[in-house]
Structure formats: C-alpha cells, structure tokens
Design a protein around this ligand. Structure first.
Ligand SMILES: O=C(O)CCC(=O)C(=O)O
Length: 252
C-alpha cells in the first residue's frame, strides 16, 4: 500500500488541521495538541513504561540509546498495544504529513523519563546538519505522560529555529546555556506536542522529586534511514495485530 493511501485510511488528512495550526508548525516549528490521550490511556502507558523498565533492567533503551539520569526505552511499537496510538493517531499523523509530505515512516518509538536531579540536555536538532527552511527530513512528537512544568524537566525549544538554516552545533557556543528565545513546553499529561525535529530543542533539568515521563514518536521521510529498522524488530504478534495501514506507517 502506498503511504498516502495508508494515511488516508487512518484518517490522517491535512484538512484536519486549521490554517492557524499549519502556520504554527511552519513558522514556529511546533504545535501542542492538548487532550489527545485520556487519563486512562496516560495511566496505562505509564504503568507499561514502569513494567518495561523493571523487566529490561540494564538493557532498557539499548536498541537505540541510553542516557545517564534517565530511564530510556526503545522499540515501543512492539512492546504494548497501548502504544499503538502513537503511530496511528489521525491528527498527529496529519501534522507529520503537513511537515514531511505524503511519504513518511516511523523512525522510532521511544520512552524517556527524566529522573529527579537529571535530564538536562544541550539544545540540538534530531538531524546532523542544517537544512533549507521548508525542506524537512524528520518530525517528532512528544507524548506527555506526566504534566510538564517549569520545574520537572519539560522540553525546551527555540521557536522558529526550524527556519534558521543553521544547526545548533555550529550556531551555539554553549548548547546547555539558556537560549534568549527559548520557551519551555509546559502542558498537561495527555497532550502531544508535535515538533519539527530541525527545531532546536532539548530536555531540561528535573528539579522535582518525581520522574518526568514522555514518549517520542519520531517520523522520517520514507526514503531516509529509520532510527530503528522496523523490519528487523517487528514481532509476529505486532504484525498480526496491526492493520495494513499501520504496518505501512512502520514500513515493514
Ligand atoms: O524528552 C525530552 O524532553 C526531549 C528529549 C530529546 O530531545 C532527546 O532525547 O533527543
């Protein structure tokens, strides 16, 4: 099945977005979508997150990446039906389609919990070099499984940096420093924030005594390498459970 048909079948048509939403994605490089997940979904995802951290122990996250001071998980497309919404939700996919076009695929679906006293990252882009404004290769969505506050390690980003034609590794002397134009993404659990991955962003320090949980459902143009080769990792039970359209988004 062609990707555009899969997106149509999942209901992810660009007319789901208002002109204002499209303009925010284009101009600011991010868009918060409140209330995508119900409280029950948030709780179920967090419970599964904790169970996986326990079950996988030191191996957790190794398929992609581990990071000190955080719990990281990878390959969530295969680790719970509860996570399936992260790569099939119509509005989320419509945003990704708006940024990257009709031909996309999931790059990876990971979890990241910033632990108390940790979580600070330098501002970065999820792409190794600068791109021409409007010519984007990757787009991320962060799924808030706890409220994100100024204090608990919420993601920061620099609005409009997607259009700067510059990469943070060249433009910034100290990527960890506060950027004069940065904003901190504060929002309620259940919100999904779409962010163009060329927009400069990063985790902040969790100054509270409880972990800050999020998932990253990360997409790329279909002709670009996936962060996780979904064909290599797909499990028989996942293949059996998912619709043809959802399998097309994974590109398996
Ligand atoms: O979880 C976050 O707040 C952002 C994480 C991030 O940008 C990354 O791990 O590359």
């Amino acid at each position: 099945m062609k990707c555009a048909e899969a997106l149509d079948r999942l209901g992810a048509t660009v007319d789901l977005l208002t002109d204002e939403e499209k303009s925010r994605l284009d101009q600011q490089g991010y868009l918060p979508l409140p209330g995508i997940l119900s409280d029950a979904q948030v709780e179920a995802m967090r419970a599964r997150f904790d169970a996986l951290v326990e079950e996988e122990g030191e191996r957790a996250g190794t398929e992609v990446h581990q990071e000190g001071g955080t719990h990281r998980l990878s390959d969530l497309a295969n680790k719970g039906e509860v996570f399936e919404v992260c790569f099939t939700h119509p509005k989320v996919l419509a945003c990704i389609r708006h940024v990257l076009g009709d031909s996309i695929r999931l790059s990876s679906l990971n979890g990241r919990a910033a632990l108390p006293g940790s979580g600070m990252q330098g501002l970065h882009a999820d792409w190794g070099e600068s791109v021409e404004p409007g010519d984007y290769y990757v787009c991320n969505s962060i799924w808030l499984l706890t409220d994100f506050t100024e204090q608990n390690g919420a993601t920061r980003l620099v609005p409009g940096s997607n259009r700067s034609g510059q990469h943070p590794k060249e433009a910034l002397q100290d990527a960890k420093a506060t950027h004069p134009d940065e904003i901190v993404l504060t929002a309620r659990a259940g919100t999904v924030v779409i962010f163009n991955s060329h927009t400069w962003h990063g985790g902040t320090l969790n100054r509270t005594d409880t972990p800050r949980y999020g998932l990253h459902s990360y997409f790329t143009r279909r002709n670009q390498k996936q962060q996780m080769d979904q064909k290599k990792y797909i499990r028989p039970e996942t293949r059996q459970r998912l619709s043809e359209a959802a399998l097309t988004i994974l590109d398996v």
